[in-house]
Write a protein that binds this ligand. Structure first.
Ligand code: ATP
Length: 295
C-alpha cells in the first residue's frame, strides 16, 4: 500500500478542508493509498512538515491550501533529491499555480488525479536559499499580496486584492535596480517592479508571460521601467490582453540565472509571500519536482 502525507491549511480559502477531509481520505484509502494528515498551525509549519515527510520516505505528498501553503511545502521539499510526487489541492483565494497547471478544484477529481498517478516534472525557482514554484517579484506593487490580511481574504476573496491594489497604486514609486543576466548583460535604471514567472499564470494575468513553460529550465523575467500612474494603469490593461511586449517601458527576457541589486530597500515576494529582500541571485532547478497533473 502506498503511503501519502496530506499537509493542509485549515484556515485556507473558505475553511473548506474540515468538511472535505473525511471524504478525501476515504477515496484515497479505497484506491490503496493510506493517507495520514497534518493540519498546519502557522507560519513555517508546512515547510517543517514537508521536509520531515520527505525524510520519512512517504510515497506521495499532498499540499492542500492556497499559494502560501504550496510555497511552504515546496520549500520544505526542494532541498532534497529524489523527491516523492506532490499533489496540489487548491483551497486558497487565488490558486495561481494550480490554475496554471489546470489542477481540478473538485475534491473527487483531485483524488482521481492522484489515484491515476499521472505526473509531470516542473522547474523550481530559487533565490537566496528560498524557493518559489510560480512567481518571484520585487518593487512596490508586488508587496500587495502579503499586505492583504488573511481574514479579509477569507471573507471577501479576490475583491480584497483589488481594494488593496488601488490603495497601493496611488502610492506607486520607482526603485533603482541593477539587473545582470545572461543575454542582457547589465542593465541599471529605475523600475516600478520586476516579476519572474515560472508558469504562465501570474496573479490572474494569464497573458503576462504567455510562453513561460513550467519545464523549460528558464525563468521569464518582466521588468517595468519608471512611469507615471496613468502610464502604469495603461500598461496593466495592455498586459491583461497580452499587448505589453512591444512597449518600450517593458523589459522581457528568459534566463537561467539573474542577479538583482538595489541601493534601496527592496522586499521580495515569492509566490505571494514575503521572501527576504534584495540583493538576490535568482536561479532555476530544472525539472526538480514532479507534480500530479493531467497536462
Ligand atoms: N492554523 C493556522 N492558523 C492561522 N494561519 C495559518 C495556519 N496554518 C497556516 N497558516 C498561515 O496561512 C498562510 C498561507 O495561507 P494559504 O496561502 O494557504 O491560504 P489563503 O491565504 O487562503 O490563500 P491564497 O494565498 O491563495 O490567498 C501562511 O502564512 C501560514 O502561516
Amino acid at each position: 500500500m502506498k503511503k501519502a502525507r496530506l499537509i493542509y491549511n485549515p484556515t485556507s480559502g473558505r475553511e473548506e478542508m474540515r468538511r472535505l477531509l473525511p471524504s478525501i481520505l476515504d477515496r484515497l484509502d479505497q484506491a490503496g493509498i493510506e493517507t495520514s494528515c497534518h493540519a498546519t498551525t502557522g507560519d513555517g509549519d508546512a515547510t517543517r512538515e514537508a521536509a520531515e515527510s520527505v525524510q520519512r520516505g512517504y510515497d506521495i505528498l499532498i499540499a492542500a491550501g492556497g499559494d502560501g501553503t504550496l510555497n511552504e511545502v515546496v520549500n520544505g521539499m526542494a532541498g532534497y533529491d529524489d523527491l516523492p510526487p506532490l499533489g496540489i489541492f487548491p483551497l486558497g483565494t487565488t490558486n495561481d499555480f494550480a490554475r496554471a497547471m489546470k489542477i481540478p478544484k473538485r475534491w473527487e477529481d483531485f483524488c482521481d488525479l492522484v489515484i491515476e498517478n499521472k505526473t509531470r516534472p516542473i522547474d523550481i525557482g530559487k533565490v537566496n536559499g528560498r524557493h518559489f514554484i510560480n512567481i518571484a517579484g520585487g518593487g512596490s506593487l508586488t508587496e500587495l499580496t502579503y499586505e492583504v490580511p488573511s481574514r479579509l481574504k477569507t471573507m471577501i476573496g479576490q475583491l480584497a486584492y483589488y481594494m488593496k491594489g488601488i490603495e497601493k497604486m496611488i502610492n506607486l514609486s520607482p526603485t533603482e535596480l541593477v539587473i545582470r543576466a545572461e543575454g542582457i548583460g547589465e542593465v541599471e535604471g529605475e523600475f516600478m517592479m520586476f516579476l519572474i514567472a515560472n508558469s504562465n499564470s501570474v496573479g490572474g494575468f494569464e497573458r503576462l508571460a504567455p510562453d513561460a513553460r513550467i519545464d523549460d529550465g528558464l525563468l521569464d523575467v518582466i521588468a517595468v521601467k519608471k512611469c507615471n500612474l496613468a502610464e502604469f494603469i495603461r500598461l496593466v490593461s495592455m498586459a491583461l490582453r497580452g499587448d505589453h511586449f512591444n512597449d518600450p517601458r517593458i523589459m522581457y527576457f528568459k534566463t537561467e540565472r539573474m542577479e538583482v541589486t538595489s541601493p534601496g530597500h527592496v522586499l521580495l515576494n515569492l509566490d505571494g509571500e514575503l521572501g527576504g529582500e534584495l540583493p538576490g541571485v535568482f536561479e532555476i532547478l530544472p525539472r526538480h519536482l514532479h507534480i500530479f497533473s493531467h497536462e
